[in-house]
Structure formats: structure tokens, C-alpha cells
Design a protein around this ligand. Structure first.
Ligand code: RRO
Length: 310
């Protein structure tokens, strides 16, 4: 049984797409809605439609992927309209990702969500690594604090934040202390590891065009960093703030590890891009096989129960 209670809703299973993958158009979103994913999230929206960076801007590599999409999306209104239409058909909440290019843009979009009939979950993406000249918000602790202070002045619907990976215990401590000040519903760890470089030595060339080949890394490469971030926040955040684990989930085993670290929902990016929405059937089968072998009937029996060596 993979049923997962998250923000007072029972999802049939914890698996979702990671924002950005298979969720830009209503066509792709309809495919996710029809798949066996427990839930799905839409592409991060900006107030107006954006073309994003020049192509090629996404490249699959043997151990993962590199991308510098640059936030291409069809604009806030497109996604709001889709979500409002979907919620008429099902009680399962839609996840709405917003990624403004400034605090003012984020506040403007969140005010529209607050004022609308949207009944789903909102994810504030503070970690896009790919917009030239715009550093990731969540690497600026003061800006993150200031943004959340402004948001929670008026926002009352369920809200989570998408974080970039952190690599230092002091940063886990500092970011957790900021997040714990607010009535956040969840944190989603991690976004891609920003500004990696993949090289093709047949051509001695980079593989994506924007930013001279620098881009966000996902897939197998990032699992240990993702697990560390899930665990670090699970052990530091107040229990009301749940964790979505994202990064390096290719198999049921990877999913099991994220859950052991404390994740409640699980998002799949690179491997969904490689395999398509049928991946959700495979992941569920593989996770259930592991649980059966270990004698677990529900995820709650082992969530967060990672052991230290004593
Ligand atoms: O669109 C992108 O370039 C992008 C975004 Br907004 C993000 O949050 N993470 C990522 O790897 N790419």
C-alpha cells in the first residue's frame, strides 16, 4: 500500500513529476493526469509567457541530464486556467509552481492564486539555476527570508518552496532556521545541481548552447546530494513542514532511500524525461517489492527511520 497522506489529502502513491519535466503544455499535463502518478506539478510559471534560452538546452547523458532551459513557460494565466479546469474533474490537488524573476513578480502571482478559486498546492521555486544574470534566490539567505516574510503577510493556501542543493552543514542550519519561522507546508529538495558542465570529446564541445554549456545537473549524479538535503531538512525542520524528495530517483530502491531519509512525496525529473509517464508504474512495483521483502505494509512504518552508526 503506497497511499500517502500529504497536506490532508490521501494520494494513491507518493510519486510525481518534478516541475519542468513533461508539464509545459496542457497535452503533457493531461498525460500526467492520466498516468499512475500520485500527483503532478505544472511547469514553473512567470507572469508572462517566456521562450526561454536558445536550443539545444536539454541533453540526456549516461548518468543523468544537463539543462539550461531558462524558464520557458506558457505564462501564469495558462496554468491557472488549466488548474481551475482540472479541479472541477477530481478532488486530487494540482501542484502549481511559480518562479518569478523578482520578489515583486512572485508576490504578484501569489496574490492572484490567493484571490482565485485555486484549491491545490502552490510551490514557490526559489532555485532556478538557469536565468542569465539572476542568481538563485535560495542561495541568498536574506532574500529568501524577506521573500517569505512578504508572502506570508497575505498567503493562506498550502505553500511549499523548491530549494537548491546545499553542501555545508552551516547552510542547512541557517536555511532551516529561516524556514521554521514560517507556516510553510513543505520544502522540496532538491532542484538540479546548478551550473555543471558536460563535455562531448568527439567534438571537444559542450552539449547545450546557453551559458557556454553550463547547466543544471540531474539524474544519478545527484542522488547522494539529494538524500543529504532531504535528511538534513527532515531532521531540522518543525514536523508541520513536510519534505518532498527530488533527485536521482530512477528505481524503487532510490525511492525507498528518499523515504527512509524522511521524504513524504517523491518527484522524478531526469528519468521521467528519459522513460515517459509509464515510469510511474515501474517505480510503484519496485517500491512495493522492496516493502514486501522488508515486511512493511505502509510507508509510514519506515519513513524517516534512517539509522546512524552508534
Ligand atoms: O527552466 C529551467 O531552466 C529550470 C528551472 Br525554472 C528550474 O527550476 N530548474 C532547472 O533545472 N531548470
Amino acid at each position: 500500500m503506497l497511499t500517502t497522506n500529504f497536506l490532508d489529502f490521501d494520494f494513491s502513491n507518493p510519486f510525481m513529476n518534478a516541475s519542468g519535466v513533461h508539464c509545459m503544455t496542457t497535452n503533457e499535463l493531461d498525460e500526467l493526469a492520466a498516468s499512475n502518478a500520485g500527483a503532478y506539478i505544472m511547469k514553473s510559471a512567470t507572469p508572462a509567457k517566456r521562450e526561454g534560452n536558445p536550443e539545444p538546452r536539454y541533453f540526456d547523458v549516461p548518468l543523468g541530464s544537463i539543462n539550461s532551459m531558462g524558464l520557458p513557460n506558457l505564462g501564469f494565466d495558462y496554468y491557472l486556467e488549466y488548474a481551475l479546469k482540472q479541479q472541477e474533474k477530481t478532488s486530487r490537488p494540482v501542484f502549481f509552481s511559480v518562479a518569478g524573476m523578482s520578489v515583486a513578480e512572485n508576490i504578484a502571482m501569489l496574490k492572484k492564486i490567493e484571490a482565485s478559486d485555486f484549491k491545490g498546492v502552490t510551490e514557490l521555486n526559489l532555485s532556478c539555476p538557469n536565468v542569465p544574470g539572476k542568481p538563485q534566490v535560495a542561495y541568498d539567505f536574506e532574500l529568501t527570508d524577506e521573500t517569505l516574510a512578504q508572502v506570508f503577510d497575505f498567503f493562506t493556501k498550502p505553500l511549499g518552496v523548491k530549494l537548491p542543493p546545499y553542501f555545508d552543514m552551516a547552510h542547512f542550519d541557517q536555511m532551516a532556521a529561516i524556514l521554521n519561522k514560517y507556516p510553510l507546508s513543505y520544502v522540496n529538495a532538491i532542484n538540479s545541481i546548478g551550473n555543471g558542465l558536460y563535455i562531448d570529446t568527439d567534438s571537444d564541445q559542450v552539449v547545450i548552447k546557453p551559458k557556454e554549456g553550463f547547466g543544471g545537473i540531474g539524474g544519478e549524479y545527484v542522488k547522494p546530494t539529494a538524500l543529504a538535503n532531504v535528511r538534513a531538512f527532515y531532521t531540522r525542520l518543525k514536523p508541520e513542514i513536510k519534505i518532498i524528495g527530488t533527485g536521482g530517483i530512477l528505481t524503487g530502491q532510490d525511492a525507498y532511500e528518499h523515504l527512509l531519509c524522511g521524504a513524504t512525496m517523491l518527484q522524478v525529473g531526469t528519468q521521467l524525461q528519459k522513460e515517459g509517464p509509464a515510469i510511474f508504474d515501474r517505480l510503484q512495483k519496485e517500491l512495493m517489492a522492496i516493502m514486501k521483502e522488508k515486511g512493511y505494509k505502509t510507508i509510514d512504518e519506515f519513513r524517516g527511520k534512517l539509522k546512524a552508526i552508534v
